[in-house]
Design a protein around this ligand. Structure first.
Ligand code: NDP
Length: 322
């Protein structure tokens, strides 16, 4: 495994990490979750990502059970949660958002579900237009001073709101966000590469990037239609189908150009797509998702490709998908 500093912090995260969205508590039950986490940890993964909203808290409950069962030393891994969407199907106003009340209560609930004494990383899952940023910065600062959270960050905040959080934190001598969790993959690049560019230089922010395979699309699994049991067939995720496949399947057409390049490099399209993410020095860690052990095994294998992943290969891939 390769380890990278989370931005300018002293925290070293594995370049490949593992997340629970959609899978834990839905596609993946206890024994599979145990196998996946054990495999990841054996290969040096030290960051496991979660959120209050994933399967209404069940993803955190399952991860917490399995982490306790596997008895990894608590100082050998990092675990995160995210706050904003709430746990309930139809949350009441105090059960969602980034108010001081919800940020603090959601943290306490995540600690219980994950069965840990602190969260290593705690993210504001989206910006909350109904809460002043000062209130959220102060709530995160409180949690850090209480030792319940070690580092806090944002997820999919506009760069302007992140600048504002830093301005407030500096003026009020509070802890500022050190990490952003954005989507980043071959088909979704602009925010990470352009909008956030000043944040890396000005504040030394790190990134824990999500959907490196665009929900599996870049593995080529949707090239011949949507396989039964895959993410896009999960009840409740119908909204994701058009986003992932693109209108009229236009994103699938682009992705069909990847397998030939992957074959020449003697890797799978998924490995090629993940290596491309890792080639960006502003990516601190690539969050992998997997519903099966073989997928995780394959995706972790990308580390063997890295020494061969040069500029020429990167440019070929980018041209193919442009
Ligand atoms: P990916 O884009 O890598 O999608 C993962 C899914 O793709 C798997 O569950 C599996 O789906 C399929 N897949 C993975 N590898 C392969 C393979 N080698 N061959 C075929 N299919 C494969 O990542 P995610 O979208 O899951 O994002 C990763 C993590 O990022 C999440 O778990 C979560 O922790 C975080 N995240 C954060 C968000 C945020 O707003 N902050 C939003 C979304 C995710 P299947 O088998 O079901 O088809």
């Amino acid at each position: 495994m390769q380890y990278r500093r989370l931005g300018r912090t002293g925290l070293q995260l594995s370049a490949l990490s593992f997340g629970a969205w959609v899978t834990f508590g839905r596609q993946v039950g206890r024994s599979d979750a145990r196998e996946l986490l054990a495999l990841a940890w054996d290969r040096g993964v030290n960051f496991f990502d979660n959120a209050e909203t994933y399967n209404h808290g069940d993803a955190e409950r399952l991860m917490g059970d399995v982490l306790a069962d596997l008895r990894f030393p608590r100082d050998s891994y990092c675990v995160s949660s995210k706050v904003y969407f709430g746990v309930a199907d139809k949350p009441r106003p105090t059960q969602r958002g980034l108010s001081r009340k919800h940020v603090i209560e959601a943290c306490n609930q995540a600690l219980e579900r994950l069965r840990v004494g602190h969260l290593d990383l705690y993210f504001c899952h989206r910006p909350d237009p109904e809460t002043p940023i000062e209130e959220t910065v102060a709530a995160m600062d409180t949690l850090i001073r209480q030792g319940k959270v070690l580092y806090w960050g944002t997820s999919e905040w506009p760069a302007a709101a992140i600048h504002e959080a830093h301005r407030i934190a500096q003026a009020m001598h509070m802890y500022a966000p050190v990490v952003e969790q954005p989507q980043y993959n071959l088909l979704h690049r602009e925010r990470v590469e352009q909008e956030y560019a000043p944040l890396y230089a000005s504040y030394g922010m790190g990134t824990t990037i999500w959907s490196p395979l665009a929900s599996g699309l870049l593995s080529g699994k949707y090239n011949q239609g949507v396989p039964e049991g895959s993410r896009l067939t999960q009840p409740g995720y119908e909204w994701l189908r058009d986003i992932v496949l693109g209108e009229g399947g236009e994103r699938v057409q682009k992705v069909k150009r990847l397998p030939a390049i992957a074959a020449e490099a003697d890797v799978t399209p998924a490995q090629l797509a993940i290596a491309w993410c890792l080639a960006n020095p502003n990516v601190s860690t690539v969050l992998l998702g997997a519903s099966r052990k073989e997928q995780l095994e394959q995706n972790l294998g990308v580390l063997d490709l890295l020494p061969r992943f040069d500029l020429a290969l990167k440019e070929r891939i980018e041209q193919a998908l442009a």
